[in-house]
Design a protein around this ligand. Structure first.
Ligand SMILES: Nc1nc2c(ncn2[C@@H]2O[C@H](COP(=O)(O)OP(=O)(O)OP(=O)(O)O)[C@@H](O)[C@H]2O)c(=O)[nH]1
Length: 227
């Protein structure tokens, strides 16, 4: 069911102006898969299974009258289930770094995830830090201020979300997607429509954004590649 904001949950034959790949990363069980389920299908499951390998889901939404397909990739937080790292990050223009506000360790590991991200992704990737499970306030182990300060220091967006209560999930995605949209739009303007490959602009130089017809996406919006 659509929750407003012009999003479409199905992928019909609509015209797509942009496809943005966004990756979810963070420790196991912080709620990455449920954040994605909430955003892509407006669903939530309390007995969510650990992700094995990689999967992605898409949702198309409208930003400034343009149709933007968000292709959100989710992988296992558990090392043994993780797929090839470089392939996961390839082409990503956005990243959501997720921790669980009730698990201090998941926050303490964020610098490691950030390091992996910065080692593998485009250096201009848009990053948001997400403290999930904000509905469990009575079990909070990470003060909001600590995370806010960290995000500021590292130049990241920051929000606390609850996939369970659907708090801020939509805002988290639209924050990242709108920022990417603005960067790409600026790039298009500065590149003067000249094939769009001006390498000096942010997020340029990589085939990460495909204006015009959408890139090929497998018929099923979910796939698995656990080897
Ligand atoms: N209370 C609460 N529980 C949540 C929330 N989001 C996820 N959970 C629960 O946390 C557990 C783990 O969620 P997942 O989405 O599977 O976690 P994950 O980060 O994808 O885990 P991996 O696939 O192992 O990396 C599940 O039992 C979820 O139902 C939330 O916002 N609030």
């Amino acid at each position: 069911m659509a929750s407003g904001g012009g999003g479409a949950y199905g992928d019909g034959n609509q015209k797509i102006d942009y496809v943005f790949k966004v990756v979810l990363i963070g420790d196991s069980a912080v709620g990455k898969s449920q954040i994605l389920a909430r955003f892509a299908r407006n669903e939530f499951s309390l007995d969510s299974k650990a992700t094995i390998g990689v999967e992605f889901q898409t949702r198309t939404l409208v930003i400034e009258h343009k149709s933007v397909k968000a292709q959100i990739w989710d992988t296992a937080g558990q090392e043994r289930y993780r797929a090839v790292t470089s392939a996961y990050y390839r082409g990503a223009v956005g990243a959501m770094l997720v921790y669980d506000i009730t698990k201090r360790q998941s926050f303490d590991h964020i610098p490691r995830w950030l390091e992996e991200l910065r080692g593998h992704a485009d250096k201009n990737i848009v990053i948001i830090l997400i403290g999930n499970k904000s509905d469990l306030e009575d079990q909070r182990a990470v003060p909001t201020e600590d995370a806010k300060e960290f995000a500021q220091k590292e130049g990241l967006f920051f929000l606390e979300t609850s996939a369970l209560e659907a708090t801020n999930v939509e805002t988290a995605f639209t924050t990242v997607l709108t920022e990417i949209f603005n960067i790409v739009n600026k790039k298009n303007i500065s590149a003067g429509e000249s094939q769009g490959n001006g390498n000096s602009a942010p997020l340029a130089g990589k085939k990460i954004v495909i204006p015009g017809p959408a890139q090929e996406i497998p018929a099923k919006s979910k796939m698995c590649c656990s080897s």
